[in-house]
Design a protein around this ligand. Structure first.
Ligand code: TYD
Length: 148
């Protein structure tokens, strides 16, 4: 069992242990269910962007990158998928199979999403607008930067 190493305050030293997985309260009544994600309460940042992935073809995996600075929280609001997080040292795979489960993807966390169900809708809340230069898409470079 590896000893978890925390690199708090250094975004180039992200740790799997710091990626919060939170089960939201479900506000249900006779009409059905409702979950709330409020910026700076249920996300550790003000929300600048929301995007969602759906209609994913069978067998497709997505992601395969890390961000230098972007902070994100993901929730599979319908269906299910698998989320693999990797800090360059330790990997963790999370089954995203309930609409009340939020998973943090901080800076310098390599992530890969797979096993999308036909009906999966993966919603992601982010703290910055889209910026391609923030991506690290080369895995070897990521590992080098994350473990330097
Ligand atoms: P990408 O982040 O590579 O998708 P994934 O990580 O799920 O595999 O984005 C796919 C394409 O969509 C890419 O051409 C960039 C574009 N895109 C935007 O224009 N804005 C966005 O907010 C996102 C997330 C992607």
């Amino acid at each position: 069992m590896p000893i978890p190493i925390h690199w708090r305050d250094d975004p180039m030293r992200a740790s799997i242990e710091d990626q919060k997985i939170v089960v939201l309260p479900i506000l249900g009544d006779a009409r059905g269910s409702l979950c709330v994600i409020e910026g700076e309460r249920d996300t550790p940042f003000p929300i600048a962007r929301v995007y969602y992935i759906f209609g994913t073809e069978a067998g497709v995996a997505r992601g395969f990158h890390a961000h230098r600075t972007l902070r994100q929280v993901a929730v599979c609001v319908r269906g299910s998928c698998s989320m693999m997080l990797d800090d360059g040292r330790v990997q963790r795979t999370i089954a995203m199979d309930r609409p009340d489960l939020t998973v943090e993807i901080g800076p310098m966390i390599w992530h890969e999403m797979s096993d999308f169900s036909d009906d999966a809708v993966l919603m992601v809340l982010a703290d910055q607008p889209y910026e391609e230069t923030d991506y690290i898409r080369d895995r070897a470079r990521f590992v080098e930067a994350a473990t330097a």
